[in-house]
Design a protein around this ligand. Structure first.
Ligand SMILES: [Zn+2]
Ligand SMILES: [Zn+2]
Length: 357
């Protein structure tokens, strides 16, 4: 499925590329759908067109060159989760272990169709795996719908645990109950967090119920309850050790986070706001409480590995947040369902399954 211009996806036939020694061909089993898909579709990400979207690929190695097989440690028939980022592995950030900040960073699904071999996204039956790919083996006994959750759950581990350095007993407030907020609940529980509170809108009632069943001690409906008062009641003491914002576009949670976190606590900002300034952001609170604020862009290997281990353990209830499968031709419907534009229906985690109609 090719995004030819904002809001226009069309099916096209694209030839399967010749394999080189350091690349591979992936047969896509599932492609996860998230808020970035909606942003790319709407044109707000300003990614080039025409382009094949789909940045959360899970699939089977169909063909692989010898060098790629040796470097990645995988072979034909292996199921792999593919990282979204392509990093050069040579620049300063790459060499210092921060490959998510690679100076030559490329992102699958943002590389235009005209860049050979064109198959750069997972809204397709097959996808080209570039020499710079980072892949992780995943047990083939998991369903594709669950295995493809390596992506949101990886974010749960990186944003909810790795970046804020969550320790056993820490109180955590998660602002936003989408698939990444819910994944943060699971990851923080796994890390031994103490009390976990999740906030959301009145319209998020189903997601907040899921948050409680995933291990959140309490949820707050920000449309009908006072967030600060409620969180104070639940967390007591000086505030939360860690506050994680995973809400999309809403700016109020960022301003609220300064009041919800305890002195010396950490705030992680992972939800993008379309470059809007934050009204009510009082920097003095940061100074007086010595708050640490960290930004989080994407997920790195350690987060994905933790996620895959958790999925493979079979102990996680995460499958409960999977709500929809769509065929490739339904990509447009998948995005509108996620973005609450289909009356009476809404997805939490959903994916495209090539071959499903
Ligand atoms: Zn995504
Ligand atoms: Zn680099």
């Amino acid at each position: 499925m090719v995004l030819t211009e904002p809001r226009r996806l069309e099916a096209r036939d694209i030839p399967i590329p010749e394999l080189t020694d350091d690349t591979a061909l992936l047969r896509v089993e599932a492609c996860g759908i998230c808020g970035s898909d909606a942003e790319q579709y709407e044109g707000v990400l300003r990614t080039p067109t025409p382009v094949i979207p789909g940045h959360e690929p899970l699939g089977i190695i169909e063909q692989i060159g010898d060098t790629a097989a040796r470097r990645w440690g995988v072979d034909v028939g292996d199921r792999v989760a593919v990282e979204t980022l392509l990093a050069c592995r040579c620049c300063e950030p790459c060499l210092s272990g921060s490959y998510q900040l690679c100076r030559k960073r490329r992102i699958y699904s943002y590389i235009p169709l005209e860049t050979p071999p064109g198959l750069w996204g997972a809204y397709a039956q097959y996808m080209h795996l570039d020499a710079d790919s980072i892949v992780h083996k995943v047990d083939r006994s998991l369903s594709a719908q669950v295995a493809v959750m390596f992506n949101p759950l990886g974010a749960g581990f990186r944003w909810g645990v790795e970046i804020p350095e969550t320790r056993p007993g820490d109180t955590v407030v998660i602002l936003g109950p989408g698939q990444r907020g819910l994944s943060c609940v699971l990851a923080c529980r796994e890390a031994g967090a103490g009390r976990i509170v999740v906030t959301g809108l009145e319209a998020d009632a189903k997601k907040l119920a899921l948050a409680r069943s995933f291990g959140a001690d309490a949820t707050v409906d920000v449309d009908n309850e006072n967030v600060k008062t409620r969180v104070r009641e639940i967390v007591d003491g000086d505030g939360a050790d860690i506050v994680i914002d995973v809400s999309a576009y809403a700016t109020q949670p960022v301003a609220d986070a300064l009041d919800l976190v305890r002195p010396g606590g950490t705030i992680v900002l992972a939800g993008v706001k379309g470059f809007q300034p934050i009204p009510g952001f009082v920097s003095d609170k940061l100074v007086l409480k010595e708050i640490v604020i960290k930004g989080a862009i994407g997920v790195t290997s350690s987060g994905y590995r933790s996620a895959i281990r958790m999925l493979e353990s079979g102990r996680s209830p995460i499958a409960e947040m999977h709500t929809h499968d769509f065929g490739l031709e339904e990509a447009d419907l998948a995005i509108r369902t996620l973005a609450r534009r289909v009356p009476g229906d809404e997805s939490i985690h959903s994916c495209l399954i090539p071959g499903r109609h």
